[in-house]
Design a protein around this ligand. Structure first.
Ligand code: GAR
Length: 212
């Protein structure tokens, strides 16, 4: 599967995906909206084409959207993997890659879409938090979920300590979900996820090992 990974920042999820050496995954390019994203360097180090569509260099939001669309259309990937891409994507691009675009979001969706998820979960007194891999639809952080990783919030947790434990889960579940897609086992049809031909009514859930 010819894939594009999109990043805005450090790219540790990209690194986990690279390190997992997923069968039938060919990352043909890493695309970023941010020229400073360390994820671009990780791509270069791995011998992968690194492309920047610099958000700041466009006067209008729609010009950025058009440039991003054009950059992706040059590649026409089979799969787009959002790995810490922090811009909301235009509906055209999302619809064009319906069923072929996935994201990882640091909360147990549908809880806490958007930003500052770790602090919001702590402030709300939640017992559980985590991360979700989901198909992308035009509505933000709302597409059908594939797999989640749950961690228990500890009384001593700060947003940082919680984020560190959630990230451990991201590096496990994202490569796993991508492998399910590249093997053809996982599909999205009419907004319904199928795993080995069976409807996936709820995401698969992995739990943090208590000794982490
Ligand atoms: C990850 O924790 C990912 O879940 C989050 O950004 C981080 C990127 O880290 N994504 C979002 O918040 C998307 N809404 P990384 O650049 O080190 O992979």
């Amino acid at each position: 599967m010819r894939s594009v990974v999109m990043v805005s920042g450090s790219g540790t999820n990209l690194q986990a995906i690279l390190d997992a050496q997923i069968a039938d995954l060919e990352i043909v390019a890493v695309v970023s909206d941010n020229p400073e994203a360390y994820g671009l360097q990780r791509a270069i180090d791995a011998g992968i084409t690194a492309i920047t569509v610099d958000y700041q260099s466009f006067a209008k939001r729609s010009d950025f959207d058009d440039a991003l669309y054009a950059a992706i259309e040059q590649i026409k990937p089979d799969l787009i993997v959002l790995a810490g891409f922090m811009r909301i994507l235009a509906g055209d691009l999302v619809n064009r890659y319906d069923g072929r675009m996935i994201n990882i979001h640091p909360s147990l969706l549908p809880a806490y879409p958007g930003l500052n998820t770790h602090q919001r979960a702590i402030d709300a007194g939640e017992q559980w938090h985590g991360t979700t891999v989901h198909f992308v639809i035009p509505k933000l952080d709302a597409g059908p979920s594939i797999v989640q990783y749950q961690v228990a919030i500890r009384p001593s947790d700060t947003a940082e300590s919680l984020a560190d434990r959630v990230r451990i889960g991201e590096y496990l579940i994202y490569p796993q979900a991508i492998a399910m897609l590249t093997s053809g086992q996982l599909k999205l049809e009419n907004n319904v996820v199928y795993n080995n031909g069976q409807e996936l009514a709820a995401p698969e859930v992995l739990h943090e090992q208590e000794n982490n």
